[in-house]
Design a protein around this ligand. Structure first.
Ligand code: BYC
Length: 318
Protein backbone atom coordinates (compact mmCIF):
# COMPACT_ATOMS: atom_id res chain seq x y z
CA UNK A 1 0.00 0.00 0.00
CA UNK A 2 1.33 3.47 -0.84
CA UNK A 3 1.55 5.97 1.95
CA UNK A 4 -1.13 8.09 0.20
CA UNK A 5 -3.53 5.14 0.33
CA UNK A 6 -2.63 4.46 3.94
CA UNK A 7 -3.21 8.09 4.79
CA UNK A 8 -6.60 8.09 3.03
CA UNK A 9 -7.65 4.97 4.96
CA UNK A 10 -6.45 6.50 8.20
CA UNK A 11 -8.45 9.70 7.60
CA UNK A 12 -11.56 7.74 6.55
CA UNK A 13 -11.33 5.73 9.79
CA UNK A 14 -11.14 8.96 11.80
CA UNK A 15 -13.98 10.55 9.82
CA UNK A 16 -16.11 7.51 10.71
CA UNK A 17 -15.34 8.16 14.43
CA UNK A 18 -12.97 5.17 14.64
CA UNK A 19 -10.23 5.17 17.28
CA UNK A 20 -6.52 4.94 16.49
CA UNK A 21 -4.63 2.50 18.72
CA UNK A 22 -0.86 2.38 19.42
CA UNK A 23 -0.03 -0.35 16.89
CA UNK A 24 -2.18 1.09 14.09
CA UNK A 25 -0.57 2.84 11.15
CA UNK A 26 -0.55 6.60 11.61
CA UNK A 27 1.09 9.52 9.79
CA UNK A 28 4.30 10.66 11.49
CA UNK A 29 2.85 14.17 11.83
CA UNK A 30 -0.16 12.78 13.76
CA UNK A 31 2.17 10.88 16.11
CA UNK A 32 4.38 13.94 16.63
CA UNK A 33 1.49 16.29 17.27
CA UNK A 34 -0.01 13.91 19.80
CA UNK A 35 3.28 13.50 21.67
CA UNK A 36 3.60 17.29 21.71
CA UNK A 37 0.10 17.86 23.07
CA UNK A 38 -0.09 14.93 25.50
CA UNK A 39 3.38 15.54 26.94
CA UNK A 40 2.62 19.25 27.40
CA UNK A 41 -0.58 18.24 29.08
CA UNK A 42 1.28 15.82 31.39
CA UNK A 43 3.88 18.49 32.23
CA UNK A 44 1.05 20.90 33.08
CA UNK A 45 -0.38 18.42 35.56
CA UNK A 46 3.02 17.99 37.21
CA UNK A 47 3.89 21.67 37.34
CA UNK A 48 0.27 22.43 38.31
CA UNK A 49 0.85 20.75 41.68
CA UNK A 50 3.28 23.50 42.71
CA UNK A 51 1.04 26.58 43.08
CA UNK A 52 -1.37 24.51 45.16
CA UNK A 53 1.18 22.79 47.35
CA UNK A 54 2.28 26.29 48.36
CA UNK A 55 -0.87 26.40 50.55
CA UNK A 56 -0.99 22.83 51.79
CA UNK A 57 0.62 23.58 55.14
CA UNK A 58 -1.41 26.78 55.55
CA UNK A 59 -4.88 25.47 54.70
CA UNK A 60 -7.37 27.02 57.16
CA UNK A 61 -8.95 23.76 58.41
CA UNK A 62 -8.15 20.04 58.45
CA UNK A 63 -11.04 19.40 56.04
CA UNK A 64 -9.73 21.95 53.54
CA UNK A 65 -6.26 20.51 53.88
CA UNK A 66 -7.45 16.94 53.23
CA UNK A 67 -9.40 18.05 50.14
CA UNK A 68 -6.44 20.03 48.79
CA UNK A 69 -4.07 17.14 49.42
CA UNK A 70 -6.40 14.77 47.54
CA UNK A 71 -6.57 17.24 44.65
CA UNK A 72 -2.79 17.55 44.41
CA UNK A 73 -2.42 13.77 44.46
CA UNK A 74 -4.99 13.56 41.67
CA UNK A 75 -2.87 15.92 39.55
CA UNK A 76 0.13 13.60 40.02
CA UNK A 77 -2.07 10.70 38.89
CA UNK A 78 -3.19 12.65 35.81
CA UNK A 79 0.44 13.27 34.94
CA UNK A 80 1.10 9.51 35.18
CA UNK A 81 -1.83 8.51 32.94
CA UNK A 82 -0.82 11.13 30.41
CA UNK A 83 2.90 10.25 30.33
CA UNK A 84 1.83 6.61 29.89
CA UNK A 85 -0.52 7.54 27.04
CA UNK A 86 2.30 9.49 25.34
CA UNK A 87 4.72 6.57 25.84
CA UNK A 88 2.44 4.35 23.73
CA UNK A 89 3.47 6.61 20.82
CA UNK A 90 7.13 5.61 21.20
CA UNK A 91 8.60 8.48 23.22
CA UNK A 92 10.00 7.61 26.62
CA UNK A 93 9.02 9.39 29.76
CA UNK A 94 12.69 10.25 30.36
CA UNK A 95 12.84 12.03 27.02
CA UNK A 96 9.64 13.97 27.71
CA UNK A 97 10.82 14.96 31.16
CA UNK A 98 14.20 16.06 29.82
CA UNK A 99 12.38 18.33 27.36
CA UNK A 100 10.38 19.87 30.20
CA UNK A 101 13.46 20.54 32.30
CA UNK A 102 15.44 21.97 29.39
CA UNK A 103 12.58 24.33 28.55
CA UNK A 104 12.10 22.72 25.12
CA UNK A 105 8.60 21.45 25.97
CA UNK A 106 5.85 23.76 27.13
CA UNK A 107 3.45 23.48 30.03
CA UNK A 108 0.37 25.58 30.61
CA UNK A 109 0.95 29.32 31.00
CA UNK A 110 -1.48 29.40 33.92
CA UNK A 111 0.93 27.77 36.35
CA UNK A 112 3.43 30.60 36.10
CA UNK A 113 1.26 32.90 38.21
CA UNK A 114 1.72 32.94 42.00
CA UNK A 115 -0.87 31.83 44.58
CA UNK A 116 -0.66 34.75 47.00
CA UNK A 117 -3.53 34.03 49.40
CA UNK A 118 -5.80 31.14 50.39
CA UNK A 119 -8.49 32.66 48.15
CA UNK A 120 -6.19 31.91 45.20
CA UNK A 121 -6.63 28.21 45.93
CA UNK A 122 -10.38 28.76 45.56
CA UNK A 123 -9.89 30.75 42.34
CA UNK A 124 -7.53 28.14 40.89
CA UNK A 125 -10.02 25.33 41.54
CA UNK A 126 -13.01 27.32 40.33
CA UNK A 127 -11.46 29.00 37.28
CA UNK A 128 -8.40 26.96 36.28
CA UNK A 129 -10.01 23.57 36.82
CA UNK A 130 -13.23 24.96 35.32
CA UNK A 131 -11.27 25.97 32.21
CA UNK A 132 -9.46 22.63 32.22
CA UNK A 133 -12.77 20.70 32.25
CA UNK A 134 -14.15 22.81 29.41
CA UNK A 135 -11.05 22.06 27.36
CA UNK A 136 -10.72 18.42 28.39
CA UNK A 137 -14.22 16.95 28.23
CA UNK A 138 -14.09 16.98 24.40
CA UNK A 139 -10.69 15.22 24.63
CA UNK A 140 -12.55 12.15 25.97
CA UNK A 141 -13.64 11.80 22.32
CA UNK A 142 -10.14 12.33 20.92
CA UNK A 143 -9.30 10.01 18.01
CA UNK A 144 -6.28 8.51 19.81
CA UNK A 145 -7.64 5.74 22.06
CA UNK A 146 -5.16 5.83 24.99
CA UNK A 147 -5.46 9.63 25.33
CA UNK A 148 -9.27 9.55 25.08
CA UNK A 149 -9.54 6.82 27.73
CA UNK A 150 -7.12 8.56 30.11
CA UNK A 151 -9.18 11.73 29.83
CA UNK A 152 -12.38 10.08 31.11
CA UNK A 153 -10.96 9.63 34.58
CA UNK A 154 -9.08 12.93 34.49
CA UNK A 155 -12.32 14.80 33.77
CA UNK A 156 -14.23 13.11 36.58
CA UNK A 157 -11.52 14.17 39.02
CA UNK A 158 -11.28 17.69 37.58
CA UNK A 159 -14.97 18.07 38.23
CA UNK A 160 -14.39 17.40 41.94
CA UNK A 161 -11.52 19.92 41.84
CA UNK A 162 -13.72 22.60 40.34
CA UNK A 163 -16.34 22.08 43.05
CA UNK A 164 -13.67 22.19 45.75
CA UNK A 165 -12.52 25.58 44.40
CA UNK A 166 -16.04 26.96 44.02
CA UNK A 167 -16.85 25.90 47.58
CA UNK A 168 -13.84 27.81 48.92
CA UNK A 169 -14.93 30.88 46.93
CA UNK A 170 -18.50 30.54 48.20
CA UNK A 171 -17.34 30.45 51.82
CA UNK A 172 -15.11 33.48 51.36
CA UNK A 173 -17.54 35.50 49.24
CA UNK A 174 -20.16 35.10 51.97
CA UNK A 175 -17.69 35.54 54.82
CA UNK A 176 -16.30 38.65 56.50
CA UNK A 177 -15.69 41.82 54.42
CA UNK A 178 -11.96 40.96 54.44
CA UNK A 179 -12.64 37.45 53.14
CA UNK A 180 -14.90 38.81 50.40
CA UNK A 181 -12.18 41.28 49.41
CA UNK A 182 -9.66 38.42 49.22
CA UNK A 183 -12.03 36.43 46.99
CA UNK A 184 -12.51 39.44 44.70
CA UNK A 185 -8.76 40.09 44.58
CA UNK A 186 -8.12 36.46 43.60
CA UNK A 187 -10.74 36.66 40.86
CA UNK A 188 -9.16 39.90 39.60
CA UNK A 189 -5.78 38.21 39.25
CA UNK A 190 -6.89 34.81 37.89
CA UNK A 191 -9.65 35.81 35.45
CA UNK A 192 -7.56 36.94 32.49
CA UNK A 193 -4.87 34.24 32.73
CA UNK A 194 -7.69 31.63 32.83
CA UNK A 195 -9.25 33.12 29.70
CA UNK A 196 -5.90 33.18 27.89
CA UNK A 197 -5.12 29.61 28.93
CA UNK A 198 -7.31 28.27 26.09
CA UNK A 199 -4.52 29.27 23.72
CA UNK A 200 -4.13 31.85 20.95
CA UNK A 201 -7.15 33.11 19.02
CA UNK A 202 -8.33 30.90 16.17
CA UNK A 203 -6.69 33.00 13.46
CA UNK A 204 -3.31 32.55 15.16
CA UNK A 205 -3.55 28.95 16.37
CA UNK A 206 -1.05 27.03 14.25
CA UNK A 207 -2.17 23.51 15.16
CA UNK A 208 -5.96 23.80 15.50
CA UNK A 209 -7.06 23.21 11.89
CA UNK A 210 -5.01 20.00 11.48
CA UNK A 211 -5.76 18.78 15.01
CA UNK A 212 -9.48 19.24 14.39
CA UNK A 213 -9.29 17.41 11.05
CA UNK A 214 -7.62 14.54 12.91
CA UNK A 215 -10.24 14.80 15.69
CA UNK A 216 -7.59 15.26 18.34
CA UNK A 217 -9.23 18.59 19.14
CA UNK A 218 -12.99 18.75 18.70
CA UNK A 219 -13.41 22.52 19.08
CA UNK A 220 -11.28 25.56 18.40
CA UNK A 221 -9.57 27.56 21.16
CA UNK A 222 -12.06 30.45 20.78
CA UNK A 223 -15.09 28.15 20.88
CA UNK A 224 -13.96 26.61 24.15
CA UNK A 225 -12.99 29.98 25.60
CA UNK A 226 -16.48 31.33 24.84
CA UNK A 227 -18.10 28.25 26.38
CA UNK A 228 -16.09 28.80 29.58
CA UNK A 229 -16.95 32.52 29.72
CA UNK A 230 -20.67 31.86 29.25
CA UNK A 231 -20.62 29.20 31.95
CA UNK A 232 -18.56 31.15 34.49
CA UNK A 233 -20.15 34.61 34.50
CA UNK A 234 -23.43 33.41 36.10
CA UNK A 235 -21.30 31.61 38.71
CA UNK A 236 -19.50 34.88 39.53
CA UNK A 237 -22.91 36.56 39.84
CA UNK A 238 -24.01 33.83 42.23
CA UNK A 239 -20.90 34.45 44.32
CA UNK A 240 -21.62 38.19 44.30
CA UNK A 241 -18.19 38.87 42.76
CA UNK A 242 -17.38 41.18 39.86
CA UNK A 243 -15.63 39.96 36.71
CA UNK A 244 -12.72 42.39 36.18
CA UNK A 245 -13.74 43.49 32.70
CA UNK A 246 -15.41 46.87 32.03
CA UNK A 247 -16.32 45.78 28.50
CA UNK A 248 -18.15 42.63 29.59
CA UNK A 249 -21.65 42.58 28.11
CA UNK A 250 -24.28 40.00 27.24
CA UNK A 251 -24.88 40.10 23.51
CA UNK A 252 -28.60 39.53 22.87
CA UNK A 253 -28.00 38.82 19.18
CA UNK A 254 -25.42 36.05 19.62
CA UNK A 255 -26.67 34.82 22.98
CA UNK A 256 -23.10 34.96 24.33
CA UNK A 257 -21.07 37.29 26.54
CA UNK A 258 -18.69 39.68 24.77
CA UNK A 259 -15.47 40.43 26.63
CA UNK A 260 -12.80 43.11 26.42
CA UNK A 261 -9.42 42.57 24.70
CA UNK A 262 -7.13 39.79 25.96
CA UNK A 263 -3.53 40.82 26.65
CA UNK A 264 -1.81 38.41 24.26
CA UNK A 265 1.58 40.06 24.83
CA UNK A 266 1.39 39.01 28.47
CA UNK A 267 0.33 35.48 27.45
CA UNK A 268 3.25 35.01 25.05
CA UNK A 269 5.74 36.53 27.50
CA UNK A 270 4.61 33.95 30.10
CA UNK A 271 4.67 31.09 27.58
CA UNK A 272 8.19 32.13 26.56
CA UNK A 273 9.55 31.99 30.09
CA UNK A 274 9.07 35.53 31.39
CA UNK A 275 6.19 34.93 33.80
CA UNK A 276 6.51 35.65 37.51
CA UNK A 277 7.10 32.01 38.43
CA UNK A 278 8.63 30.28 35.37
CA UNK A 279 12.11 30.07 36.88
CA UNK A 280 10.86 28.84 40.26
CA UNK A 281 8.55 26.25 38.71
CA UNK A 282 11.31 24.64 36.65
CA UNK A 283 13.79 24.83 39.52
CA UNK A 284 11.29 23.02 41.77
CA UNK A 285 10.73 20.28 39.16
CA UNK A 286 14.47 19.93 38.61
CA UNK A 287 15.06 19.61 42.38
CA UNK A 288 12.35 16.94 42.69
CA UNK A 289 13.86 15.09 39.72
CA UNK A 290 17.36 15.18 41.24
CA UNK A 291 16.14 14.11 44.66
CA UNK A 292 14.16 11.24 43.11
CA UNK A 293 17.20 9.84 41.27
CA UNK A 294 17.83 7.17 43.92
CA UNK A 295 14.21 5.97 43.66
CA UNK A 296 14.47 5.62 39.88
CA UNK A 297 17.81 3.82 40.22
CA UNK A 298 16.42 1.42 42.84
CA UNK A 299 13.32 0.72 40.76
CA UNK A 300 15.37 0.07 37.62
CA UNK A 301 17.85 -2.10 39.49
CA UNK A 302 14.98 -4.17 40.89
CA UNK A 303 13.39 -4.52 37.44
CA UNK A 304 16.73 -5.58 35.91
CA UNK A 305 17.31 -8.13 38.69
CA UNK A 306 13.82 -9.53 38.27
CA UNK A 307 14.23 -9.83 34.48
CA UNK A 308 17.59 -11.64 34.95
CA UNK A 309 16.00 -14.07 37.45
CA UNK A 310 13.09 -14.78 35.08
CA UNK A 311 15.50 -15.38 32.18
CA UNK A 312 17.52 -17.79 34.32
CA UNK A 313 14.33 -19.64 35.34
CA UNK A 314 13.28 -19.90 31.68
CA UNK A 315 16.66 -21.32 30.64
CA UNK A 316 16.60 -23.80 33.54
CA UNK A 317 13.11 -24.96 32.53
CA UNK A 318 14.10 -25.58 28.87
N1 BYC B 1 0.20 27.64 27.74
O1 BYC B 1 -1.70 26.12 17.84
P1 BYC B 1 -2.12 26.21 19.26
C1 BYC B 1 -4.18 21.24 33.54
C2 BYC B 1 1.04 26.91 22.77
S1 BYC B 1 -4.86 22.31 32.42
C3 BYC B 1 1.36 27.36 27.11
O2 BYC B 1 -3.50 26.67 19.55
P2 BYC B 1 -2.77 23.56 20.25
C4 BYC B 1 -4.49 21.38 34.96
C5 BYC B 1 0.82 25.61 22.03
O3 BYC B 1 1.33 24.52 22.75
C6 BYC B 1 -3.62 22.82 31.30
N2 BYC B 1 1.44 27.18 25.77
O4 BYC B 1 -1.81 24.80 19.97
C7 BYC B 1 -5.57 22.07 35.40
C8 BYC B 1 1.55 25.89 20.74
O5 BYC B 1 2.97 25.79 20.94
P3 BYC B 1 3.84 24.53 20.38
C9 BYC B 1 -3.13 21.80 30.35
C10 BYC B 1 0.29 27.26 25.09
O6 BYC B 1 -1.95 22.46 20.80
C11 BYC B 1 -5.81 22.21 36.74
C12 BYC B 1 1.29 27.36 20.50
O7 BYC B 1 0.94 27.91 21.78
N3 BYC B 1 -4.15 21.32 29.46
O8 BYC B 1 -3.39 20.46 33.14
O9 BYC B 1 -3.63 23.26 19.06
C13 BYC B 1 -4.94 21.66 37.65
C14 BYC B 1 0.17 27.60 19.52
O10 BYC B 1 -1.09 27.14 20.05
C15 BYC B 1 -0.95 27.52 25.70
C16 BYC B 1 -3.84 20.80 28.27
O11 BYC B 1 -2.70 20.75 27.90
C17 BYC B 1 -0.96 27.71 27.08
N4 BYC B 1 -2.08 27.99 27.76
O12 BYC B 1 -3.77 24.13 21.38
C18 BYC B 1 -3.85 20.96 37.22
C19 BYC B 1 -4.98 20.27 27.47
N5 BYC B 1 -1.90 27.54 24.74
O13 BYC B 1 3.24 23.28 20.99
C20 BYC B 1 -3.62 20.80 35.87
C21 BYC B 1 -4.56 19.64 26.19
C22 BYC B 1 -1.29 27.30 23.57
O14 BYC B 1 3.71 24.54 18.90
N6 BYC B 1 -4.01 20.59 25.27
N7 BYC B 1 0.02 27.14 23.78
O15 BYC B 1 5.24 24.78 20.88
C23 BYC B 1 -4.77 21.32 24.40
O16 BYC B 1 -6.00 21.24 24.39
C24 BYC B 1 -4.05 22.19 23.41
O17 BYC B 1 -2.72 21.76 23.32
C25 BYC B 1 -4.10 23.72 23.75
C26 BYC B 1 -3.31 24.46 22.66
C27 BYC B 1 -5.53 24.21 23.74
C28 BYC B 1 -3.46 24.00 25.09
Amino acid sequence: MTSATEEARFQAHIDAEGKIEPKDWMPEAYRKSLVRQISQHAHSEYVGMLPESNWLRRAPTLRRKAALMAKIQDEAGHGLYLYSAAETLGTSRDEMYRDLLSGKAKYSSIFNYPTLTWADIGAVGWLVDGAAITNQVPLCRCSYGPYARAMVRVCKEESFHQRQGFQIMLGMAHGSPQQKAMAQDALNRWWWPSIAMFGPPDGESKHSAQSMAWKIKRHSNDELRQRFIDMTIPQADFLGLRIPDDDLKFNEETGHYDIGPIDWDDFWAVVNGEGQCNTDRLAARQKAHDEGAWVREAATAYAAKRAARKAAERIAAE
